[in-house]
Design a protein around this ligand. Structure first.
Ligand code: GDP
Ligand code: CA
Length: 326
């Protein structure tokens, strides 16, 4: 069985661990979000690709969900001693090595897809990990700019990098728009469209619908390839009981005019893309509403508390795919 998964960081990576357990013989291709990528200290950092790579490769800081286990922060402290920031983005010493290798290979002319493959030679994630594109795409968020003069009585606005909005501002200021800058001119990375065309099933893990999966779908050709692949497309809700299980997805959903409910997220993807949707048992009441929108829906436990619970979620997603196929 060939499975294609669109993944952000933590939600995608943890789900993938369960999927590998549920389908040990499957050939899994992961299309990773690179809209969160940022250049820091002259280095190219790909937080979502690395979260998938470290999680599946056994190097992740388990409790935190991102970054390396057993991390130290000597380089960060030394940079701070020079007054060189930003200090709000936590890069540890072990993690720095990944970004140095990536930046060195990029400078030597290798595309991100080749760099990611090289990094995965070490980590052996057990899936084929592809960046959504080799081109630069950067998610920006439009926020108020209290420092700038008002125009027409309206507060001025400015665009900030997604990481600044998410990590430094903790998504505490209103987001007016989320823009994947550069996406319109990006090409899917080598292998992305081929993997979708060859897939038996496409899965959307409980990743952020706007800034993880939404960004991947914004790369021209990806959405159409998935919609036209003619195979079941099944998603799992990151929203449980009208709130994100973790993080601030509700803030970016609001920015695109979508309520933070399991049903609204399914309808945001739409029946033109999504064939099946899993909601948590807490949200069983929305099953009829989702099905009325033309998307087959089931309520099952969706909390990734441990590997077994996550394996069951992935098995439920594959079972729903079979139901759709039949
Ligand atoms: P990020 O890039 O690190 O933010 O990770 P993703 O975009 O892949 O996933 C983030 C989403 O995962 C958040 O919106 C969470 O609500 C969701 N999430 C995290 N843990 C769980 C869980 O145990 N169950 C469900 N259903 N969603 C989860
Ligand atoms: Ca992310």
């Amino acid at each position: 069985m060939r499975i294609v998964v669109l993944a952000g960081g933590i939600g995608g990576a943890r789900f993938l661990r369960g999927l590998k357990a549920a389908a040990p013989d499957a050939d899994i291709t992961v299309i990773g979000n690179t809209g969160d990528d940022i250049h820091l200290f002259g280095l190219k950092v790909c937080p979502d690709l690395d979260t998938v790579m470290y999680t599946l490769g056994g190097g992740i800081h388990e409790e935190q969900g991102w970054g390396r286990a057993g991390e130290t922060f000597a380089v960060k402290d030394e940079l701070a001693a020079y007054g060189v920031g930003p200090e709000w983005f936590g890069l540890g010493d072990r993690d720095f090595a990944t970004h140095i290798v990536r930046t060195q290979m990029t400078a030597a002319g290798y595309p991100l897809s080749a760099v990611t493959e090289a990094l995965c030679t070490r980590w052996q994630p057990g899936v084929r990990l592809l960046p959504m594109t080799d081109d630069r795409v950067e998610t920006h968020v439009l926020v108020d700019d209290p420092e700038a003069p008002q125009s027409d009585g309206e507060p001025a606005r400015k665009a900030v990098h997604f990481q600044e909005y998410w990590v430094r501002l903790r998504a505490r200021v209103p987001a007016h728009a989320v823009v994947p800058v550069g996406a319109e001119n990006a090409k899917p990375a080598p292998g992305v469209l081929e993997a979708v065309a060859a897939a038996d099933v496409v899965l959307f893990p409980p990743s952020n619908p706007v800034v993880s999966i939404g960004t991947i779908l914004a790369v021209p050709g990806v959405r159409t390839a998935i919609a036209e692949a003619g195979v079941p497309v099944i998603g799992l809700s990151p929203i449980v009981g009208d709130a994100p299980v973790r993080g601030m997805a509700d803030k970016v959903l609001a920015a695109v005019g979508v309520e933070s409910t399991a049903s609204a997220v399914a309808r945001f993807y739409g029946s033109g893309l999504l064939d099946g949707w899993l909601v948590d048992t807490t949200d069983a009441a929305v099953v009829d509403e989702v099905e009325a929108a033309g998307i087959r829906c089931r309520a099952v436990p969706l909390m990734m508390t441990d590997l077994e619970a996550t394996r069951r979620m992935a098995a439920d997603a594959l079972a729903l795919a079979e139901e759709v196929r039949a």
